[in-house]
Design a protein around this ligand. Structure first.
Ligand code: FO1
Length: 330
């Protein structure tokens, strides 16, 4: 079974870990291709950091910091302390010593002319994540968030996503822009993977700055819609009216979408009405959303969506694949 999943960071990585566990337990012969969001990427101290690619790679490769969900386990921050002593570096974005090695290898490869895809493949050769991890694009794309700022000209400030999220703690946002996406192309293999997929899953990532950023790369959304052999099943990142983690509520508000499992499902839209979804999983607490989503043409199931451990995320993956099978059998 060829499974393709656009992915953001922590939520997607934890879901994918459950997916791989389920496929192994069920003895399903499968290849999983992950299309990683690169619009969170940031250059710090000259190093190219790809947070969402690294979170997937580390989580599935066994090197992730288990509590944070980003960065490396068993981390130290001696380099960052030295940078601070020089008055250099950016203390607000924690770069651990082990993590810096990843960014050094990536940056060295890019400087030698490699593409982000090639650099990602080289890093994954070490980590063996058990999926094919493709950047959504090898072109520069950066999510920018606009906030109100009375002290700034025009009363607004446009921020790099990481500064908005990590440095400022995600204050209310007025707009979100995936800068550069319109001029970008999908990375090699992305469109082919989508076209050949048997199932396409939208993990419980941020629908605006993670999945939304991947879908903003020209050609990817259309490739998903055009592959009629592959049921598209998404999992709500919103449970009981709130994001399970992160700032999806502020991002959804910025684009005028209510923070609910139903609103996000309708935001992705039913494939039969020009959207993406054939199926949608909401948490059991949001079971009341099922009839409205079904009426909108999206096959919907209410199942537990809190990923407390691998077993829970494996059960979620099983539920998503079961729904995909049901949809394909129609
Ligand atoms: N998130 C934080 O909240 N604080 C940090 O200091 C931080 C550092 C960091 C370093 C490397 C990396 O790959 C991710 C890091 N993140 C940090 C998480 C990151 O902001 C998010 O994982 C994604 O950008 C959103 O999905």
């Amino acid at each position: 079974m060829r499974i393709v999943a656009p992915a953001g960071g922590i939520g997607a990585a934890r879901f994918l870990r459950g997916l791989l566990a389920h496929l192994a337990q069920a003895g399903v012969e499968s290849q999983v291709t992950v299309i990683g969001n690169t619009a969170d990427d940031i250059t710090l101290s000259g190093l190219h950091v790809s947070p969402d690619l690294d979170t997937v790679m580390y989580t599935l490769g066994g090197g992730i910091h288990p509590v944070q969900g980003w960065g490396r386990a068993d981390e130290t921050r001696n380099v960052q302390a030295e940078l601070t002593a020089y008055g250099a570096g950016t203390e607000w974005f924690a770069l651990g010593d082990r993590d810096i090695a990843t960014h050094l290898v990536r940056t060295e490869l890019l400087a030698a002319g490699a593409t982000l895809s090639e650099a990602t493949a080289a890093l994954c050769a070490r980590w063996q994540p058990g999926v094919r991890l493709l950047p959504m694009s090898d072109d520069p794309i950066a999510t920018q968030v606009t906030i109100a700022d009375a002290t700034a000209p025009g009363g607004v400030r446009v921020l790099h996503f990481q500064e908005y999220w990590v440095r400022l703690g995600a204050p209310p946002a007025l707009a979100v822009t995936v800068a550069g996406a319109d001029k970008s192309s999908p990375a090699p293999g992305v469109l082919e993977a989508v076209a050949e997929a048997d199932v396409i899953l939208l993990p419980p990532s941020n629908p605006v700055v993670s999945i939304g950023a991947v879908l903003a790369v020209p050609g990817i959304r259309e490739a998903v819609r055009q592959n009629r052999n592959a049921p598209v099943v998404g999992l709500s990142p919103i449970v009981g009216g709130a994001p399970v983690r992160g700032m999806a509520d502020r991002m959804l508000t910025a684009i005028g979408v209510e923070t609910s499992a139903e609103a996000v499902g309708l935001h992705y839209g039913a494939r039969r009405h020009g959207g993406l979804l054939d199926g949608w999983l909401v948490d059991s607490v949001d079971a009341a959303a099922v009839p409205g989503l079904e009426a909108a043409g999206i096959a919907t199931r209410a199942v537990p969506l809190l990923m407390r451990d691998v077993a829970h995320s494996a059960a979620m993956a099983a539920a998503a694949l079961d729904l995909a099978t049901e949809i394909a059998a129609r």
